[in-house]
Design a protein. Structure first.
Length: 300
């Protein structure tokens, strides 16, 4: 649903991750809006354009759920976050029509702020030069933010690659915050409970990117409880059990916590990657390793 609102300054993007590069753009939008007495608007899409356009099944897993992305965008200080449904009709809209019919007519935009590599419209046919050419004939000012001035190349795809390679430190640095996995706690085999490490088994949202397998130091929030607890999380196909197919398990042991959380939502904030996933010959070896993992986490 489009909104006809006061004169605005807008920026447009999928904003997966709402990472440090995105925030440079968004800060500039807020700044210009305040200087020119305009309303600042971040326009984003749902579902992610590549999930609509990619019929091969190769659309990327996402850094944020929809709710996470909207929450992060609102935290940047923009006056309004607007979600455009990315359907076939929008995908077929030309670059010219997207700017004229959406940006100018629907959002009453006086300014648009984009990065130097921004593309828009059908098959990403519009680029910064076309946007500048279009602005000459229309009452629309364009500001290009040179994101190459950031000390490192930051992109959603680079962050995905870092997470998949187990480089959590790099991923968190590019994000500008710590990566979060949220999901519902589901029943497990309760093996951890028998060795003193009861775990909450987490079912992550569909399309959420899960980092490389291993053990992670995490901060945990359960249900509506605002208290953040320390814990460790395992991602993998279980260390000593036969695998049921190829599914990856996410299990969190929350330190000094013995409440039942089945069916609740849980949020795991990944602060450090402790080690790779590995197999054990028996449950005693697994128990010894988990004690070492916990001791290491407690010293960080």
């Amino acid at each position: 649903m489009y909104l006809k609102i006061e004169k605005t300054i807008v920026t447009v993007g999928s904003f997966d991750g709402v990472h440090r590069g995105h925030r440079v753009l968004l800060r500039r939008v807020v700044e210009l809006a305040q200087q020119n007495s305009l309303k600042s608007v971040a326009i984003t899409f749902h579902p992610h354009p590549r999930q609509t356009l990619d019929s091969s099944g190769d659309a990327p897993l996402l850094l944020n759920t929809f709710d996470e992305r909207i929450s992060l965008l609102k935290q940047t200080g923009v006056d309004k976050v607007v979600v455009l449904p990315f359907d076939k009709a929008l995908a077929q809209m030309s670059a010219h029509d997207f700017v004229k019919k959406i940006i100018i007519e629907k959002f009453n935009a006086q300014y648009i702020v984009v990065g130097q590599d921004h593309h828009f419209g059908k098959e990403r046919g519009g680029d910064v030069q076309r946007l500048l050419d279009f602005s000459v004939q229309n009452d629309l000012r364009v500001e290009i933010v040179d994101l190459k001035n950031i000390e490192q190349k930051i992109s959603s795809s680079a962050i995905r690659e870092a997470l998949m390679n187990g480089n959590l430190t790099l991923a968190n640095d590019m994000l500008g915050y710590r990566y979060v996995i949220s999901g519902k706690v589901i029943g497990g085999n309760q093996l951890g409970r028998t060795i003193g490490f009861p775990t909450a088994n987490v079912e992550p949202p569909e399309c959420k990117l899960i980092p490389k397998g291993g053990v992670y130091r995490v901060k945990v929030k359960t249900g509506s409880d605002e208290l953040e607890r320390l814990g460790m999380m395992y991602i993998g196909k279980r260390s000593i059990l036969k695998n049921d197919g190829e599914s990856v398990n996410i299990e969190a042991n929350i330190f000094d916590f013995d409440q039942q959380v089945y069916g609740q939502e849980i949020a795991l904030t990944l602060t450090h990657r402790i080690r790779n996933d590995k197999k054990f010959d028996n449950i005693e070896q697994l128990s010894e390793q988990l004690h070492r993992d916990k001791q290491k986490i407690m010293t960080i």
